[in-house]
Write a protein that binds this ligand. Structure first.
Ligand SMILES: NC(=O)C1=CN([C@@H]2O[C@H](COP(=O)(O)OP(=O)(O)OC[C@H]3O[C@@H](n4cnc5c(N)ncnc54)[C@H](O)[C@@H]3O)[C@@H](O)[C@H]2O)C=CC1
Ligand SMILES: O=C(O)C1=N[C@H](C(=O)O)C[C@H](O)C1
Length: 246
């Protein structure tokens, strides 16, 4: 396949370039400035329209503002679009959903296959323990821009759908704060080079169940993103999730 990796010089984009090249795909990169990654040419983002002309798919791991600019170019080129970027507001999500009327769009907050399994375990745990208190903690490297993580928000959406009553997301606690039954605590840690860890704690009287996923390297995200691009290249226009690929 001809792949365009947008964000190719980034922590994750550079792993995606390595993974795609390693699989034998023809890869070009786009980033804020020209560079070379794993012997792959990286072009500044104003070159994106030309690079999309022969692309079979584009993969975007940048920042929400950049992805919003890219999506119009990708739609014009009619190229399947894999989006890993997180931290969108409603307008950004609407732009991506709008694009899916014309091209196949696959957006996932986490391309690790283990997180797909975690989401299924979260649903089962919440359904089995409806009265238990739920607290979510996510930990990422000190360079992460958005909080909570996109994965944390995805986990909370699964909790919402599995819970018997609406839960209020309580981001941190300080001062006098007695826990309400309707709370789901959300806690964010930023430190070092942590690749991505998510822990859901369900606590009842005299017992605790914790469900944890930890990414040991960004290669796990890269493998999933390239799997998604290979799958999406033959898809019809529409809105897809990483679970559709597995
Ligand atoms: N869905 C998933 O599995 C994962 C998602 N992510 C998300 O991916 C995004 C990027 O994360 P990192 O790789 O740590 O970021 P980073 O800061 O290391 O890299 C960002 C990349 O985007 C590029 N970029 C920024 N503005 C651009 C523009 N206007 N045009 C073209 N390129 C532009 C930069 O040049 C750089 O290559 C974040 O939103 C993060 O949450 C990260 C890992 C896994
Ligand atoms: O920024 C990161 O690094 C990651 N971001 C994604 C998120 O926001 O959930 C996925 C992964 O946890 C790594």
């Amino acid at each position: 396949m001809n792949l365009v990796v947008i964000g190719a010089t980034g922590r994750t984009g550079s792993e995606i370039v390595a993974e795609a090249s390693g699989r034998g795909h023809d890869v070009v990169g786009v980033a804020t400035s020209a560079d070379t990654v794993e012997d792959v040419r990286v072009y500044p983002d104003d070159e994106l329209p030309r690079l999309l002309e022969d692309a079979d798919a584009a993969i975007d791991f940048t920042v929400p503002a950049a992805t919003r600019e890219h999506v119009e170019r990708v739609v014009e080129a009619g190229v399947p679009y894999v989006v890993g970027t997180t931290g969108f507001g409603e307008a950004g999500l609407d732009a991506l959903r709008g694009a899916s009327k014309s091209i196949p769009v696959l957006k996932a907050s986490n391309f690790a296959r283990g997180v797909q399994a975690l989401l299924r375990l979260v649903e089962a745990g919440v359904e089995a323990l409806p009265e238990y208190d739920i607290e979510l903690t996510e930990t990422h490297h000190s360079g992460k821009r958005d909080a909570p993580s996109g994965t944390a928000n995805t986990i909370l959406d699964v909790v919402d759908s599995a819970a018997r009553s609406k839960l209020d997301r309580t981001h941190g606690r300080e001062g006098e704060h007695k826990r309400e039954k309707s709370e789901v605590g959300v806690h964010v840690r930023r430190a070092g080079t942590v690749r991505g860890e998510h822990e859901l704690l369900l606590a009842g009287n005299d017992e605790v169940l914790t469900l944890t996923h930890r990414a040991e390297s960004r290669r796990v995200f890269a493998a999933g993103a390239v799997d998604a691009a290979e799958w999406l290249a033959d898809a019809d226009a529409g809105w897809y999730a990483f679970g559709d690929v597995l």
